[in-house]
Ligand binder design. Structure first.
Ligand code: CP3
Length: 349
């Protein structure tokens, strides 16, 4: 990534400046799963909506829960309220979310030719949510769109549920060509989905590869780098230079290759990777985001304070976005998030 010259830095969003490679004095922040069950106002809307999928496909209510954490804590970015599994759902796979059990899909290992018209029509409420949020969000706040990266989505499609994905991983090893075909379709559909989110008003998009850490080392480039690079290129063909955040959770020693070879503007760092080392790999190429252990946020108090300081030190002078290394845990007291917001706001480098 080029450190681009900012024409009107004072009018650009703090979050966007960091994604564009600027080591901002104040650090922008948002949290993965910032809208969710730890917030009483989310639980109230969730109950009103009916099922979790009903909430994802109700633009009025989805926009409301997207904005809730920003209204309460003042994050620099809102993240679209939806789920990575709406993509296989819109591609025709049966999906439900069982209370307390997580997602259930009717397992499938292949996809027919993607009918983009019906795919996009099914996802139209998501684009409407993006429009509504962008209209209601303050000008200095960014809106992040998102999708699952093809490997992670394929894991859920094949396994039919979360867990260790042993069925999906065995399938990938035994049938690499079949997995390539599935991932190719998902790559195409995901790029199309993200381009529509951008057209509707997203200021950045994030690709969640939550299960990148489950890929055998010899297959990492094929499963986690190539599809993300293809999606970044497809987005850039329509929106040159548009900021894409990649989050290859558990990538470990592959963070360097991921930064070098995907073309993401920013890389999300889980809490198991050493932030200072990832930041060194990313220097001059990509911004970095994340690394706070969600358990430190759950703990709060002195633990949260010490971990937050450690992260500021480790980030050094990198273009940096403060975030967790994974999503907010649902038992987290909202007061701990408020305390974290204060710690971040007090910090200047
Ligand atoms: O605030 C935000 O981050 C935006 C909304 C968002 C959700 N899911 C809402 C959600 C985002 C960005 C996601 C991404 C997502 N979904 C991922 C990638 C990030 C990660 O956590 O690794 C994955 C793997 C999924 C799939 C998924 N959705 C699972 C495994 C589950 C069940 C686990 C759980 O926490 O319940 C979900 C459900 C889900 N997605 C909930 C929320 C708020 C909870 C459902 C509810 O409210 O009943």
């Amino acid at each position: 990534m080029q450190n681009k010259v900012l024409i009107r830095p004072e009018t650009e969003k703090l979050f966007t400046r960091a994604l564009n490679g600027e080591a901002t004095r104040e650090i922008p922040f948002w949290l993965m799963r910032q809208a969710g069950r730890y917030l009483p106002e989310y639980r109230a809307v969730r109950e009103k909506a009916g099922s979790f999928l009903d909430l994802c496909f109700n633009p009025e209510l989805a926009a409301e829960v997207t904005l809730q954490p920003v209204a309460r804590f003042g994050m620099d970015a809102a993240i679209l309220f939806s789920d990575i599994l709406v993509v296989p759902y819109a591609l025709g796979q049966k999906l439900s979310f069982e209370a307390g059990e997580g997602p259930r899909l009717a397992p499938q290992t292949r996809l027919d030719e993607v009918d983009f018209e019906s795919f996009c029509a099914k996802l139209a409420p998501v684009f409407e949510t993006v429009k509504r949020v962008r209209n209601e969000l303050a000008g200095d706040k960014a809106l992040i769109g998102f999708a699952g990266a093809p490997w992670t989505v394929a894991c859920y499609m094949i396994e039919g549920r979360g867990g260790n994905f042993e069925t999906a991983r065995q399938f990938a090893l035994e049938n690499p060509a079949a997995l390539d075909a599935l991932v190719a379709k998902l790559t195409e559909a995901t790029a199309c989905y993200l381009i529509k989110q951008i057209a509707a008003g997203a200021d950045a998009v994030q690709l969640f590869d939550s299960w990148a850490g489950l890929v055998p080392a010899a297959h990492f480039a094929r499963r986690c780098i190539a599809p993300v690079r293809a999606i970044v290129q497809k987005i850039h063909a329509v929106y040159p230079g548009f900021p894409v955040i990649g989050f290859p959770r558990g990538a470990g020693l592959f963070y360097r290759d991921y930064i070098d070879d995907t073309g993401v503007a920013c890389v999300g760092v889980d809490q198991h990777a050493p932030l200072e080392k990832v930041a060194a790999c990313a220097a001059g190429r990509a911004a970095v985001q994340g690394n706070l252990d969600p358990l430190a946020l759950l703990a709060g108090g002195k633990t949260l304070e010490a971990e937050t300081k450690r992260i500021f030190d480790a980030a050094g002078n990198a273009p940096f976005v403060f975030n967790l290394g994974h999503g907010v845990i649902k038992e987290t007291p909202p007061a701990h998030v408020a305390a974290l917001a204060r710690l971040i706001r007090e910090f200047r480098r």
